[in-house]
Design a protein around this ligand. Structure first.
Ligand code: NAD
Ligand code: AKB
Length: 312
């Protein structure tokens, strides 16, 4: 077992729960401290340490890092795209200040590594819609996207100026069965499974032909761990790597769901999230991640849908 002490901030969220469980398998439960502002997720209770922590309180965060001999931080606390548009200042403050607090402490305490996710939300309406490349026009139109793009450059800055080994992925929309999504534009692709099982019908908040980049959570967790375990010399992108899994529309996932839930019906009532979705690319080119550290996704829409229904 590797001798690291890891602090996961935002461990009760959609990614945090599964990432904490995966890290505990690798590093040992006692060496992966889950932390969050809200209570511990039930899947984490009893299988490792938990501390209640507000990442905005830099002093308390610093005390925890020193007290627990933390060597790595995974920072997952954030406000996502849809919630961010309802409260732009809150989203900007949390998304930026949490990162700056962690980066300052990482520099001061000489942490081994830091992980911070970016998002496909960095791209905007002027970015290419299909196979959006690693380097292209990036003009985000949501506060969430702006915060992620600024965050990427803070990561790059701390790496170049202070040698903080911070690594990052631009996740697509993530689909999971263990924990619920937290206020994103891609959340419909999780809701649809729950509504299909409970009601046999789903009213989607995006139009039927809205293609977006998506990924199944096991692929996202594996990508994160593979990136973090890759030798430092292989990590050539110190802003954030494009990452791709699959791309589909609400109608396409609806048709896949129908194969498992006979009689399932779907209606469409686009709301403010349609505009956010329209500003993002439909698919992502992740060839740089493939080349640098060997990324390869495992799940397509069909395989993911089957696995979701097996587990839900
Ligand atoms: P989430 O909303 O499900 O979880 C975030 C967690 O952070 C929550 O448990 C929340 O209680 C916690 N948190 C909020 N404020 C906090 C604070 N002040 N101190 C401590 N904890 C606090 O989000 P998620 O989907 O798990 O996303 C995690 C990260 O991944 C975010 O940076 C997000 O932008 C990024 N991301 C997620 C997706 C996705 O589809 N889920 C896609 C792209 C990028
Ligand atoms: C969201 O929809 O806000 C997130 C994301 C793609 O960053 N799922």
């Amino acid at each position: 077992m590797k001798q690291e002490k890891i602090l996961v901030i935002g461990a009760s969220g959609q990614i945090g729960v599964e990432l904490t469980l995966a890290l505990r398998k690798i590093y040992g439960a006692a060496n992966v401290i889950a932390s969050d502002l809200r209570e511990q997720n039930e899947l984490l209770i009893g299988n490792g340490p938990f501390v209640s922590l507000d990442v905005m309180n830099k002093e308390m965060l610093h005390v925890q890092v020193i007290r627990q001999n933390v060597t790595q931080i995974y920072l997952l606390a954030a406000i996502l795209s849809a919630t961010g548009e309802k409260n732009p200042h809150l989203a900007w403050n949390l998304n930026m200040q949490s990162l700056l607090n962690v980066l300052d402490i990482a520099k001061e305490e000489k942490l081994h590594k830091v992980y911070w996710p970016s998002s496909i939300a960095v791209f905007g309406p002027t970015s290419p819609k299909q196979n959006c490349p690693q380097q292209t026009i990036i003009e985000p139109t949501t506060v969430y996207g702006i915060s992620k793009y600024a965050g990427e450059f803070w990561c790059n800055y701390f790496y170049n100026k202070y040698n903080v080994d911070i690594r990052s992925l631009r996740y697509p929309g993530l689909i999971s069965y263990k924990s619920a999504p937290g206020g994103g534009t891609t959340d419909y692709a999780v809701e649809i499974f729950h509504e299909a099982l409970a009601e046999k019908t789903y009213e989607c908040f995006l139009d039927k032909d809205t293609y977006l980049p998506m990924m199944y959570m096991p692929d996202a967790i594996r990508a994160t761990i593979e990136l973090m375990e890759a030798p430092a010399e292989k990590i050539c992108v110190r802003t954030s790597y494009n990452l791709a899994g699959m791309s589909f529309s609400p109608e396409e996932i609806g048709n896949e769901v129908k194969k498992h839930v006979p009689g399932f019906t779907m209606t469409y009532k686009p709301d403010y999230r349609q505009q956010i979705a329209n500003s993002w690319p439909q698919s992502i080119d992740d060839s740089v991640a493939q080349k640098d550290w060997g990324w390869k996704p495992e799940y397509d829409l069909e395989k993911m849908t089957e696995d979701m229904f097996t587990n839900l």
